[in-house]
Design a protein around this ligand. Structure first.
Ligand code: ZN
Length: 380
């Protein structure tokens, strides 16, 4: 396979440049690597840096790429570590030539340079793949690692991949026009899984390692690597996290950390407006777990402080995530290693509930969901 100046070789990782399109007198190029296994198989891509100010995906991609054992890889992986190097240079989310969001520019008609970049990525790389993974992070807020799936146009296979990535949380939401994951499936039926890890221009090694493990899980599940899947015992499909925004411009003092369990009415943040010298207190509206959190201390009115994955106790005394479904992974000892959960443990210890309690109550109520998720081998 050759893409741009990068020619693949069996058992080797090769690299080169991919010229995408012309802008004025300049050829816009991005770095490309191809890892070809010794045995033939599927072709997939892993991309990052579509938003030039999101650094976590780039580092996850490089780390994963160099950790791959190419003698054991079945098939080919095309790596695009930085699809928006122009934004990265300017520390910007957007393509600086027209100030558009590249991840809203796929399958769009028009003369905008971002549309041309997106179109060229689609034709040169995405079209050639069986599926892909697109890595992102949370910009101003640090996010707990999770995949995102879309309510419409999303394939069953994509849903399976989102579980297999192995985080405790999967976010399901409406897709937007021009997103890579939305348009690649709509136009070519090529599933692209969007993954969000960390953010706020900081790298968290624990999150990076978790994401690298998740990518490895995906290769195992799709028969591109031999191995055993590592999954948490329980996973949540979350439709909406509850956001908390600042009531004022001010200086933010956070009273909780990412992943912390919080009680109802617990103080989660204090904001000091140094102009009026007024102090504001923000309290949690429900018990839950901190899902994303701001890092910068200066905050504007209506900017996001944090978001919380909320839980409540139902009438039947079950602990249920608010606006979310919970999955209990089918245990197949020969195929998966189950990991204990962190989020669930945090909330259980806060509410003084035991695993026994939750296991008994959940076993009955989530039996149907358990049936839904079976680790059958992919048809793709
Ligand atoms: Zn992004």
């Amino acid at each position: 396979m050759q893409i741009g100046t990068c020619k693949s070789k069996p058992g080797k990782l090769t690299n080169g440049e991919l010229p995408l399109c012309k802008y004025k007198n300049l050829y816009l190029k991005i770095p490309i690597f191809i890892a070809e296994g010794e045995a033939p198989g599927k072709t997939i891509f892993i991309s990052a840096g579509t938003h030039g100010d999101e650094v976590n995906g780039i580092e996850i991609l490089y780390h994963f790429m160099y950790a791959l054992n190419l003698h054991k890889l079945v098939g080919t992986i095309i790596f695009l570590p930085l699809t928006n190097p122009w934004g990265f240079k300017e520390n910007s989310r957007y393509i600086p030539f027209d100030n558009r969001d590249l991840n809203r520019s796929f399958d769009k008609k028009g003369s905008s340079i971002s549309y041309k970049i997106a179109d060229s990525l689609m034709k040169n790389v995405i079209e050639k793949c069986d599926f892909g993974i697109d890595l992102h992070d949370g910009r101003t807020n640090v996010l707990l690692p999770h995949p995102r799936i879309f309510k419409k146009d999303e394939s069953e296979f994509m849903r399976e991949l989102s579980h297999v990535f192995g985080t405790e949380i999967i976010l399901e939401r409406e897709g937007e026009s021009g997103m890579l994951a939305v348009e690649s499936f709509k136009r070519y039926k090529i599933p692209v899984l969007t993954i969000e890890v960390g953010g706020a221009k900081v790298i968290r090694n624990d999150f990076r390692n978790q994401a690298v493990g998740g990518l490895k899980n995906i290769l195992i599940y799709t028969n591109m690597l031999n191995g055993i899947l590592s999954l948490p015992v329980k996973q949540f499909i979350l439709e909406q996290r509850e956001g908390y925004i600042s009531p004022t411009k001010g200086i933010l003092y956070l009273e909780v950390k990412l992943g912390d369990a919080v009680k109802k009415n617990q103080v989660i943040a204090r904001i000091h407006n140094p102009i009026s010298n007024k102090k504001f207190i923000v309290r949690s509206r429900n018990p839950g777990v901190v899902f994303s959190i701001r890092r910068e201390a200066i905050i504007n009115k209506k900017e996001s402080i944090l978001s919380i994955l909320h839980f409540k106790i139902s009438k039947r005394k079950e602990l249920i995530p608010v606006q979310a479904k919970m999955l209990i992974n089918r245990t197949k000892p020969e195929e998966i290693i189950t990991r204990p959960t962190i989020i669930l443990d945090n909330i259980l210890s806060l509410l003084g509930l035991s695993y026994k309690f939750i296991d008994e109550s959940l076993r009955a109520s989530f039996e149907k969901i358990d049936e839904y998720f079976s680790l059958r081998k992919s048809k793709h």
